[in-house]
Design a protein around this ligand. Structure first.
Ligand SMILES: [Zn+2]
Length: 313
């Protein structure tokens, strides 16, 4: 009988030990697995934000992009995370950021688990814009697009790009009032790569001056946007279709240039800086800049310095 009682006590201790272990294990799963999950989520958010932020400096300034990515990651990652040196990839149009952190377990150590290292990585990429709403009714010939130089985008009466065309586009209709409205408030329909668009045959000098002055005055920023410091959402900045001549074959089988249309072969960003001239010699000057906007994009699209920022992984 005594022996029986001893055995029963022994069994109870074994049972209690097993139950306690299961309980501790469950508690450890809840708290320590939760900590691992939260740490991984914070790491991922931090590297995502760091990679996207660094795109602002690309493709021009790779050293600054590395610094931006490292700074963002250091600020946003949880304490004691190790951040790897950010990498600039894909012809300076992508940035890769990775980080890891060891989570030291609490309760789980009782059941024999010490720590777990969690890692996160992000690749963000600039993709050239291939389709966009909100373009200006002005085209720039592909070989005239030169970033970083002051250029006359819309010539006066004396200057013609070809066959008397001076750069104005008839988007959604022709005529001075339609052109001026598009210049003031952007063309609302989407334009895409390879679209053929009508050229505006008139000089459009007056509407060019009126529309440009309207946009220059519309800058809400202090100090006003200049090349040194600008906000890409400012009305001083416009999306310009980059265009090429449309070749037609005439009845004799010879190729001629269309006088009515041009073909869109990309998109650029232009910072309006001034209007010059008056009467029939109104000109619009400014500079092509780089920037990130919303729109359709293709990583292999033609690159005129305007991109969509995308988190690839
Ligand atoms: Zn502005």
């Amino acid at each position: 009988m005594n022996e029986f009682i001893r055995n029963e006590k022994g069994s109870a201790i074994v049972l209690i030990t097993i139950l306690l272990t299961v309980l501790v294990g469950m508690a450890a799963m809840v708290t320590d697995t939760g900590a691992v999950f939260l740490t991984r989520a914070r790491l991922q958010n931090a590297v995502d934000a760091a990679a996207l932020a660094a795109l602002q400096d690309l493709p021009g300034d790779t050293a600054q992009a590395v610094a931006t990515a490292a700074n963002y990651a250091a600020t946003d990652c949880p304490p004691d995370a190790e951040i790897d040196m950010p990498q600039i990839l894909e012809s300076d149009r992508a940035v890769f950021v990775s980080a890891h952190k060891t989570v030291h377990y609490g309760l789980a150590r009782i059941i024999g688990f010490d720590s777990k290292t969690v890692a996160a990585q992000a690749l963000a990429r600039l993709e050239p814009i291939t389709g966009v709403r909100g373009a200006l009714p002005l085209g720039v010939m592909k070989d005239v697009w030169t970033p970083g130089q002051t250029v006359i985008l819309k010539g006066g009466a004396q200057e013609s790009i070809f066959y008397g065309w001076r750069g104005a586009l008839a988007l959604g209709g022709n005529g001075a009032s339609n052109y001026e409205e598009n210049l003031k408030n952007n063309y609302t329909e989407i334009l895409r790569l390879d679209d053929l668009v009508d050229v505006e045959e008139g000089n459009m000098s007056g509407p060019t001056l009126t529309g440009t002055e309207y946009r220059l005055a519309g800058c809400p920023h202090t100090p006003a946007c200049t090349l040194e410091n600008y906000n890409t959402t400012c009305p001083r900045i416009g999306i310009i279709p980059v265009v090429e001549e449309v070749l037609l074959t005439d009845k004799k089988g010879e190729q001629t240039t269309s006088k009515k249309q041009v073909r869109i072969c990309g998109f650029a960003l232009f910072l309006l800086s001034d209007t010059e001239g008056n009467g029939s010699n109104g000109q619009l000057t400014g500079q092509f800049i780089q920037g990130i906007i919303q729109g359709e994009a293709d990583p292999n699209g033609p690159d005129f310095g305007v991109y969509r920022a995308r988190l690839v992984q």
